[in-house]
Design a protein around this ligand. Structure first.
Ligand code: ATP
Ligand code: MG
Length: 565
């Protein structure tokens, strides 16, 4: 295609709101434009890359026998009410009313729609297993849309759903999807890792996230330095073997700690290491108040707390709520003589605390020489903290290290929750009704595109892998006003097109310097420059990623390209 005829608005300057490379380069290279916060247009170049990523996904989905379909973005509230998610999904779900004042949601995901179809159309176990997928726009009113395509409010997802008559069959379906996902992300040229993820309190079983390794990832992966164990720190269980200090229990004592609020301030003031203080935080678990106690050097993992209570929501109580319940603010909370109707749950490490400090539930005061059991009661001990670097790996092999990851895909053994709530059953061999078992599988297609750019760029622009690039070849004429350059460039353009090469022809009346800079920015893998030696039929061929260049006679060009593309 001719660049003079295409919408490729490149920019020299970095857009002020673009913090990460993929966001900067996709905007600067003219691939995308923001239409509203978290809402993007894919310009012609962006659309071409998106279609190539989609093509890989389609092939791998079709290969495992998944059926492609398209479900509506506009979904009646009734469906979401059947599963209870009309209330539980929260403000992320975009809602609207039609002219008759009927309520709708814009599809954030499609479990409800597909389960209603399967419920109505599939009556016998003989029709199972069955997998479907779609590549479609999703809507989520994210709290913090950011990083360009990474976290949008409107984005492209591939979502797939599998239906089974047994958990064994689900296991097999899951395995196939998992393998297809590995193929997809490998074919996208990504350095990625499948990690164990949190299956929540919703009754789901196995779940893995596919993480692209990247400094800008929003997720943290805990992996073992000596095995293939890798998990999202949201769920990674802590298997530490704590030691109990053999010291004699000292007498409990209240001390003034004026103005000392943070764990570190209190520890410094009392002259003990951070781990010798107990941290107490008041949480609202659904509507119930729960005091969570951990060691001072540990962080409460609210997802573990949520799972412990099988709760829908978990959040920190506000300082006002805390004061109302305890008579003391954040800096002085503790489990001693706490209000009776409030549960105290403690992380396993707390059991091993000896002569430690904690807040006295009185502003500006702490207790020292605190000992659990003797001085306060814990309703439940559980694994409630985030794993840390240096902890032993949950699989018993090696030590935990951290890496950052971008979640590009998610596979999940959903089980029967949705099918149960929506009454999706089939008749089994004995003619008895049986609830179907489901899996669901997502890929953030537009997020994957951004992740590819995170891994393929240099300081001049994007360095697309050849099979994902918007075009294979970028053809430039240094000076379109020179007849010999123009003629040769036109000739090469025609012959490349005729040979089926995807070629972008920069035929603009721009300076050579502008054309080179744009070409590096856009990142097409091969560049052909028609310049000074056009009258001899000689052009320059340059590889974008390595910078390797050579002079080639136009007659040998196609042969040479065939080797490279
Ligand atoms: P996240 O934790 O990043 O919000 P999620 O757990 O909500 O993701 P899923 O519901 O599993 O995501 O959706 C499937 C896939 O869709 C994710 O793995 C991710 O790649 C992609 N995705 C989710 N939310 C967004 C978004 N706001 N913008 C772009 N892609 C997204
Ligand atoms: Mg999300």
């Amino acid at each position: 295609m001719r660049q003079s005829n295409m919408l490729i608005p490149t920019l020299k300057e970095i857009p002020a709101d673009a913090e990460i490379k993929s966001h900067q380069l996709l905007v600067r290279g003219g691939f995308i434009r923001q239409t509203a916060s978290g809402v993007y247009s894919f310009l012609p170049l962006g659309k071409r890359v998106l279609r190539k990523v989609e093509a890989i996904i389609r092939e791998e989905m079709d290969n495992i026998g998944a059926n492609e379909m398209i479900m509506p973005a506009m979904q009646p509230a009734e469906l979401w009410k059947e599963t209870g998610r009309w209330n539980n999904f929260g403000p992320e779900l975009m809602r609207l009313n039609d002219r008759h004042d009927r309520e709708f949601a814009l599809g954030a995901t499609h479990e409800e729609v597909i389960t209603s179809i399967i419920r109505d159309e599939i009556k016998s176990y003989k029709r199972l297993p069955l997998s479907v997928y779609q590549i479609q726009t999703k809507f989520r009113d994210e709290k913090r849309p950011r990083f360009g395509l990474m976290r949008g409010r409107e984005f492209v997802m591939k979502d797939a759903y599998s239906f089974h008559d047994s958990y064994d069959s689900l296991d097999q379906g899951y395995q196939k999807m998992y393998q297809a996902y590995e193929n997809i992300f490998r074919r996208c040229g990504l350095d990625f890792r499948p990690v164990i993820a949190d299956s929540g309190a919703m009754g789901g079983k196995d779940t893995h996230e596919f993480m692209v390794l990247s400094e800008v990832g929003e997720d943290t992966i805990a992996y073992s330095d000596s095995s293939d164990y890798a998990a999202n720190i949201e769920m990674a269980p802590v298997h530490a073997s704590y030691q109990k200090d053999q010291a004699d229990l000292k007498e409990l004592q209240e001390v003034a700690t004026p103005g000392k609020k943070t764990m570190q301030e209190v520890a410094d003031f009392l002259g003990h290491p951070l781990e010798k203080g107990l941290k107490a935080l008041l949480f609202k678990v659904d509507e119930k108040l729960v005091l969570v106690v951990t060691r001072g050097d540990h962080e409460v993992n609210d997802i573990k707390l949520k799972n412990l209570y099988q709760a829908e929501t978990v959040e920190l109580a506000s300082e006002e709520e805390t004061k109302a319940a305890f008579g003391a603010g954040f800096g002085s909370l503790g489990p001693i003589d706490q209000p009776e109707d409030i549960d105290v749950v403690a992380d396993n490490a707390v059991k091993y605390a000896v002569n430690v400090s904690c807040g006295a539930n009185k502003d500006g005061y702490h207790f020292i020489n605190v000992n659990p059991e003797r001085d306060f009661i814990v309703n439940t001990y559980a694994d409630l903290r985030f794993i840390q670097e240096g902890d032993s790996s949950p699989d018993g092999k090696g030590t935990i290290q951290f890496a950052r990851g971008i979640e590009v895909g998610h596979v999940f053994k959903l089980g029967s929750i949705y099918a149960e709530r929506m009454g999706a059953t089939v008749l089994d061999e004995q003619g008895k009704a049986k609830t179907v078992v489901m899996g669901c599988y997502g890929i953030g297609v537009s997020r994957t595109l951004a992740a590819i750019v995170e891994q393929y760029h240099d300081d001049r622009g994007i360095t697309w892998p050849a099979h994902l690039a918007p075009f294979h070849v970028h053809l430039l004429a240094m000076n379109m006003k020179k007849p010999e350059q123009k003629q040769l460039a036109e000739k090469i353009y025609d012959s490349l097109k005729a040979a089926g090469v995807e070629v972008l022809f920069d035929d603009r009346a721009e300076r050579a310097g502008v054309k080179f800079a744009d070409s590096d920015l856009i990142g097409i893998p091969l560049r052909i420059t028609v310049g000074k030696r056009a009258d001899e039929g000689i052009v320059e061929l340059k590889q974008r990623d390595t910078g390797e260049q050579s002079e080639v006679h136009e007659a040998e060009l196609l042969g040479k390209l065939n080797n490279l593309v």
